[in-house]
Design a protein around this ligand. Structure first.
Ligand SMILES: CC(C)[C@H](C(=O)O)[C@@H](O)C(=O)O
Ligand code: SF4
Length: 474
């Protein structure tokens, strides 16, 4: 077919089209899945289903399992038994299942162990052009590779294990363009918080978001992962960024990535993936990076974000009654006073970690702020690297020494205080400055109060003891 007759397609369209096994009369498609990542929380019933049906895992070479959510991040995880019975059962069940079904697995004692969304790209398991699924909403992270990556439920995990395919309804295309240059002190985290602040937690519903524009192109892979990670917090099915030289350089030499001639051929294919000129987007949003300032969440939803220079909103000023009640509840839960400056909020805990911000670049950014300073008295500050390899890399650069010297805890890889499923939790009423992605009530532990922000902003809060504008402390 001559090029002119081909309808311009988006990155999402191209990856979708390349993976359709069969389109059903109602428009849903059976898609081939290139990579299935598995963790302990959402896989037990899926393996049980396979067992009951007497089935095997269809593509062992397309599957990789790792533990991350339920494990402790101190040395006790290597010696003791997991105290919480539910967590223990999930971990033991995963280990039993991977052994029984022969699934490739990265155990706790392996340096590659870490948060599934850090491990996938790091190992080259997640590559441009792939369809990638995992029983986890933040699978959107891997879309930063120029892949179509989305979270699935446990029954779908079983389906993918058994068939290496999944039934999907085609999502709509949305493009979020971030033009211009990001000002000093601002990071990818500030971009994505600003986007969610603008479009809201339902803004991306029914869509796959492609992030584009000069400010996105300028980001390293770490920043791109941070942005795609939070697509789910904007309500989208997935987030994607077109693969470019930054992506190809990142992929090169990774353990599961194609090598030599195969790599060259793969790059040639990956170069065909970016959205065509004139491709149709159902929804378009444009932001100017130059207007972005360091952001922080103040409420209990990721859309409740404000510039660090702002003050706590006053519910009384909200004309809509339902919204007023909601704001009132948030202000109370978060222990805030309307009109109070955000920089007056004293923090108890600083958490630098999670699949949003636990890469080496995030730890470097935190260490740069912390160097030569001390954690403020009364503040518990912790850095939880996203994988054992990130931890080793940070140690090789001496970043652990900078952080420990300042009074930070330097821990083993895992989801940790991102969610209250392991011993790392807030206690009721504690206020945290956290680089994670969710600030729902009780997310980091019952009664905990979470403020989402970038690693540099979290580090600034650790050394001052208050939510702080990182631009002010240099
Ligand atoms: C436990 C898992 C199912 C969950 C998710 O899907 O995202 C978790 O990773 C989270 O971040 O809340
Ligand atoms: S780090 Fe947090 S968001 Fe990421 S997978 Fe773990 S619990 Fe989910």
């Amino acid at each position: 077919m001559p090029m002119s007759a081909t309808k311009p397609r988006t990155l999402f369209d191209k990856i979708w089209d390349a993976h359709v096994v069969e389109t059903l009369p109602d428009g849903t498609a059976l898609l081939y899945i290139d990579r299935h990542l598995v963790h302990e929380v959402t896989s037990p019933q899926a393996f049980e289903g396979l067992r009951m049906a007497g089935r095997k895992v269809r593509r062992l070479d397309g599957t990789m399992a790792v533990i991350d959510h339920n494990i402790a991040t101190d040395q006790s995880r290597y010696t003791g038994q997991i105290e919480d019975p539910e967590s223990r059962l999930q971990v033991e069940t995963l280990e039993k299942n991977v052994a029984e079904f022969d699934v490739p697995y990265i155990p706790l004692t392996d340096a590659r162990q870490g948060i599934v969304h850090i491990v996938g790209p790091e190992q080259g398991l997640s590559l441009p052009g792939m369809t990638i699924v995992c029983g986890d909403s933040h699978t959107s992270t891997h879309g930063a590779m120029g892949a179509m990556a989305f979270g699935i439920g446990t029954s779908e995990v079983e389906h993918v294990l058994a068939t290496q395919t999944i039934l999907q309804k085609r999502a709509k295309n949305m493009r979020v363009t971030v033009d211009g240059t990001l000002p000093p002190g601002c990071t990818a985290k500030d971009i994505v918080l600003a986007i969610i602040g603008k479009i809201g937690t339902a803004g991306g519903t029914g869509h796959v978001i492609e992030y584009a524009g000069e400010a996105i192109r300028a980001l390293d892979m770490a920043g791109r992962f941070t942005i795609c990670n939070m697509s789910i917090e904007a309500g989208a099915r997935a987030g994607m960024i077109a693969p470019d030289q930054t992506t190809f350089d990142y992929v090169k030499g990774r353990p599961f990535a194609p090598k030599g001639e195969a790599y060259e051929r793969a790059v040639e294919y990956w170069q065909t993936l970016p959205s065509d000129e004139g491709a149709h987007f159902d929804t378009e949003v444009v932001l100017d990076a130059a207007e972005i300032v360091p952001m922080v969440s103040w409420g209990t939803s990721p859309e409740d974000v404000l510039p660090i220079t702002a003050s706590v909103p006053d519910p009384a000023a909200e004309p809509d009654e339902a919204k007023r009640a909601q704001l009132q509840r948030m202000v109370e839960y978060m222990g805030l006073v309307p009109g109070q400056k955000l920089t007056e909020l004293k923090v108890d805990v600083v958490f630098i970690g999670s699949c949003t911000n636990s890469r080496i670049e995030d730890i470097r950014a935190a260490a740069a702020v912390v160097r030569g300073r001390k954690v403020a008295p009364g503040v518990r500050a912790m850095v939880v690297p996203g994988s054992g390899l990130v931890k080793h890399a940070a140690e090789a650069e001496g970043l652990d020494a900078v952080l420990k010297e300042a009074g930070f805890e330097w821990r083993e890889a895992g989801c940790s205080m991102c969610l209250g499923m392991n011993p790392d939790k807030l206690t009721p009423g504690q206020r945290s400055a956290s680089t994670s992605n969710r600030n729902f009530e009780g997310r980091q532990g019952p009664g905990g109060r979470t403020h989402l922000l970038s690693p540099a902003m979290a580090a600034a809060a650790a050394v001052t003891g208050f939510l702080t504008d990182v631009r002010e402390i240099g």
